[in-house]
Design a binder for this molecule. Structure first.
Ligand SMILES: [Mg+2]
Length: 381
């Protein structure tokens, strides 16, 4: 049994020189919320909560944890992390509905879930990829450089290539002529075996997407991500899928098993991208990823916070298999490595997990201390 005896909340915020540009706005600082969960025996595990946008959302989640989620979770005992996630989701259901904040609650529960899986695997002395069902040490995982801003993207791709990346995802949905010119130049410069993806961040309406999606159709793209809003009618998604041979991708803004099942089964998305710090943790995202792969889709985890959650994504991708590729934040991210040590360098565009127990990494709280906004200790008694 695992009794949730103590939980420490850490909120870090690191300003960055060059804001991340998306079709929905700028992100000028890296916010990371980490949880350290300890059980009745003093064993511990780490989890991370999605908190990149909006910046004030990180503070909201810290307060939700401190005032509602953890007072409910502390002192409870569970046979395994999945049981904890299901029960805590049930216990928080009315709070999530009443507050009209299902997303922040889901993210808090996802962070607890990852920490409990890490704790359980550490306690059993096995790496998480094994706890999640894989038998042998994973091969190096192909990874892509994510988050690339449109301005200066060609130069940024060259810099990422020099750092070992072999696949690149660039933001679009600003102005179509400029986007097309940008993407064509990058595509023309790709080396052998290199891959390119686009992310519109839900930035087009259906009329714009009808024009934009086929306009990129002659380029060798791995996928076009979130061309329209995730809650646009399914007929719109079906229409866009018919307009291009390039697979459509999405999942970072889908919440809930039912919504994922519908997205996988509809067939309009060739690439399914749940974010395990936003909804579900391992307990929710493992079945989603397995269902996606069984249905012939590619499971490619969404992740853009610290290196801790990146490791969690890599463990899940390794356990599930298929033709997925790991999202690897390539922009300025001062907290990426310090919150997950030892942080591996990419080799030939690939990310290598270890056979150390659990996530296999530990935050270096001293190194990250300059960006610490708050540390809150909560205990069962
Ligand atoms: Mg995206």
């Amino acid at each position: 049994m695992i009794e949730i005896a103590r939980v420490d909340i850490y909120h870090f915020c690191a300003p960055i020189k060059e804001p991340i540009l998306t079709s929905f706005g700028k992100i000028a600082a890296r916010n990371n919320v980490l949880l350290r969960v300890e059980d009745q025996d003093g064993a511990h595990g780490w989890g991370e909560i999605w908190s990149s946008f909006p910046p004030c959302g990180a503070e909201n989640k810290v307060r939700l944890l401190q005032s509602i989620v953890l007072p409910t979770a502390l002192g409870r005992s569970y046979r395994n992390p999945a049981e904890a996630w299901r029960d805590l989701t049930r216990l928080m259901r009315r709070h999530a509905l009443q507050s009209a904040e299902p997303g922040p609650f889901a993210a808090c529960l996802a962070g607890i879930d990852v920490a409990l899986w890490d704790l359980a695997a550490r306690k059993a002395g096995v790496p998480l990829w094994r706890a999640l069902g894989r038998e042998s040490l994973p091969e190096p995982l192909p990874a892509y450089a994510s988050n690339l801003n449109p301005a200066g993207a060609l130069e940024m791709v060259a810099r990422c290539r020099a750092r070992g990346y072999r696949a690149f995802k660039v933001k679009v949905a600003f102005d179509l002529a400029g986007d097309l010119e940008n993407i064509r130049r990058i595509a023309a410069g790709l080396g052998e075996g290199e891959r390119l993806m686009l992310d519109a961040n839900q930035g087009w309406d259906i009329a714009e997407a009808r024009e934009a999606v086929p306009a990129f159709g002659d380029l060798p793209l791995d996928w076009i991500e979130e061309p329209i809003c995730v809650d646009d009618p399914i007929e719109y998604w079906a229409e866009l899928a018919r307009l291009t041979a390039v697979p459509l991708a999405g999942g970072e803004n889908i919440l809930g098993q039912g919504a994922f099942n519908a997205a996988i089964d509809s067939g309009h998305l060739g690439v399914i991208q749940p974010d395990l710090g936003k909804w579900g943790g391992f307990s929710g995202c493992l079945p989603v990823a397995r269902r996606a792969v069984a249905a012939g889709r590619r499971y490619c985890p969404h992740w853009l916070n610290s290196g801790l959650g990146l490791h969690a994504s890599a463990h899940l991708l390794s356990a599930v298999g298929g033709a997925g590729i790991l999202e690897h934040d390539a922009l300025e991210n001062p907290l990426q490595a310090p919150l997950a040590e030892p942080f591996p360098a990419l080799v030939d565009g690939c990310f290598q997990l270890s056979d150390r127990p659990g996530l296999g990494v530990e935050p270096n709280l001293e190194a990250a201390g300059q960006w610490l906004q708050c540390h809150i200790e909560t205990t069962a008694r």
